[in-house]
Design a protein around this ligand. Structure first.
Ligand SMILES: Nc1ncnc2c1ncn2[C@@H]1O[C@H](COP(=O)(O)OP(=O)(O)O)[C@@H](O)[C@H]1O
Ligand SMILES: [Mg+2]
Length: 154
């Protein structure tokens, strides 16, 4: 039986990939977004500005390639730096998606990041992995890009 004070040791520790999109970075919302995850009790384990190429975004959003907004989405996502982060905590993949709100800010409840900070589905300021598998893939890919881009700058 739980003491009521200790953590639930049966709960899985997870990591997820969160990125402030170029519009969120440009609007100065990185601090607000970090604050929300910290205050919820999650731990920031990696963070870096990454300038993604259009090709990288085409791969990242490959599942949306048949959508009419695909080309515009890849352009928007490579239009400036994104602030890529890995966050850790129990159940974080699902909880982070709840904190983000719905894909369309207009459907997002007040109190969620998209529900409080943006209006337009095409400029919805933040990305969060939707499954644990994608979180692993996207976290590794973000790390590689960060390493590649800093190496390229030397
Ligand atoms: N109808 C749309 N018009 C423009 N952009 C869209 C539209 N639907 C989705 N997007 C963009 O594509 C991104 C990826 O879509 P999706 O994976 O469905 O949402 P989410 O980011 O919530 O996981 C969205 O965050 C948004 O930036
Ligand atoms: Mg998605």
């Amino acid at each position: 039986m739980s003491s009521g004070f200790s953590e639930d040791s049966s709960a899985e520790m997870e990591r997820t990939f969160i990125a402030v999109k170029p519009d969120g970075v440009q609007r100065g919302l990185c601090g607000e977004i970090i604050k929300r995850f910290e205050q919820r009790g999650f731990k920031l384990v990696a963070a870096k500005f990454v300038q993604a190429s259009e090709d990288h975004m085409k791969k990242h959003y490959l599942d949306l390639k048949d959508m009419p907004f695909y080309a515009g989405l890849c352009k928007y996502m490579s239009s400036g730096p994104v602030f890529a982060m890995v966050w850790e905590g129990q159940g974080i993949v699902k909880l982070a998606r709840m904190m983000l709100g719905e894909t369309n800010p207009a459907d997002s409840k007040p109190g969620s990041i998209r529900g409080d900070l943006c209006i337009n589905i095409g400029r919805n300021i933040i990305h969060g992995s939707d499954t644990l598998d994608n979180a692993k893939l996207e976290g590794e890919s973000g790390q590689q890009r960060a390493t590649t881009s800093s190496a390229a700058r030397r």
